[in-house]
Design a protein around this ligand. Structure first.
Ligand SMILES: Nc1ncnc2c1ncn2[C@@H]1O[C@H](COP(=O)(O)OP(=O)(O)OP(=O)(O)O)[C@@H](O)[C@H]1O
Ligand SMILES: [Mg+2]
Length: 248
């Protein structure tokens, strides 16, 4: 199963990804987390893992991919020619603890280093080749917004989780993502995050397709605190267990 986690900036994509990864792992799944956000450096901390080497280096690095794609990514030779299992991803591109594995296509590290297209090109070519075992789950923590739909990375998920925080901007983005998902025939589900007793119903009333809501995770003090301290997320939540049941 390949699950894409998307939403507007700061809505809680990485938090939901981490909580899902840990809960799936507790349930005995092997979880590959793909950190597809080239800008932020928080996910690996939330997971309690080190940041692995950029996976883009596996195919020669960012500059090489940009050169190869100079005539347009659609015209370039495939970077991956054979199917690949999780076990075949070389060690240096994976950080792991128990049965959670983290990979990252690439991070922006220097000023003026150029656009991040190479990282999405690598993932767009890698993901269709990634062979998942029956016990494997792939969680893709996307960059904020909808560029991954434009670039086609989102085509590679079986299911899309749209994280919605209590803001009109989040709700509007969810409608846009639902349209995109219809266009690529992918089911989309909504995860309400950071809701409070006071704002939950107001948020739900603004959502055009409330039947898509499969999780409501409240604003939790310990998650806010971990967001500030940088400590790994260790809690286990009923809402996330129910989310996993709903996804299944
Ligand atoms: N349910 C929650 N309760 C309290 N705080 C939360 C909750 N979910 C997320 N947060 C906090 O909100 C902040 C943003 O969360 P997170 O980094 O997961 O969002 P994101 O969507 O991945 O952000 P970005 O778009 O920057 O990647 C963090 O400080 C996190 O700790
Ligand atoms: Mg994030």
């Amino acid at each position: 199963m390949k699950i894409l986690i998307c939403g507007k900036g700061g809505c809680g994509k990485s938090t939901i990804t981490t909580l899902l990864a840990k809960e799936y792992a507790r349930q005995g799944k092997r979880v590959l987390v793909a950190d597809c956000d080239e800008s932020n450096f928080g996910l690996h901390q939330q997971l309690g893992l080190g940041l692995p080497q950029d996976f883009t280096d596996y195919v020669g690095g960012k500059q090489k991919v940009m050169q190869l794609s100079a005539g347009g990514p659609m015209n370039m030779d495939p970077l991956f020619t054979k199917p690949m299992t999780i076990d075949q991803i070389p060690e240096q591109y994976i950080s792991r603890k128990d049965n959670i594995l983290l990979m990252a296509p690439g991070k922006i590290k220097n000023a003026n280093e150029g656009c991040a297209c190479a990282f999405s090109i690598v993932m767009c070519m890698f993901l269709p080749m990634l062979q998942m075992g029956e016990n494997d789950v792939l969680l893709m923590d996307m960059e904020a917004g909808i560029e991954h739909f434009g670039r086609g990375t989102a085509n590679n998920g079986d299911k899309v989780l749209m994280v919605i925080d209590p803001s009109l901007e989040s709700v509007k983005l969810a409608e846009k993502v639902s349209e995109f998902c219809q266009g690529i025939s992918h089911p989309v589900y909504y995860v309400l995050n950071k809701v409070t007793e006071r704002n939950e119903e107001a948020l739900v009333s603004k959502i055009a397709a409330p039947e898509k809501i499969i999780c409501r995770l409240p604003l939790k003090e310990e998650l806010t605190d971990a967001g500030l301290s940088g400590d790994p997320l260790e809690g286990s939540y009923d809402e996330i267990r129910k989310l996993i049941d709903a996804i299944a």
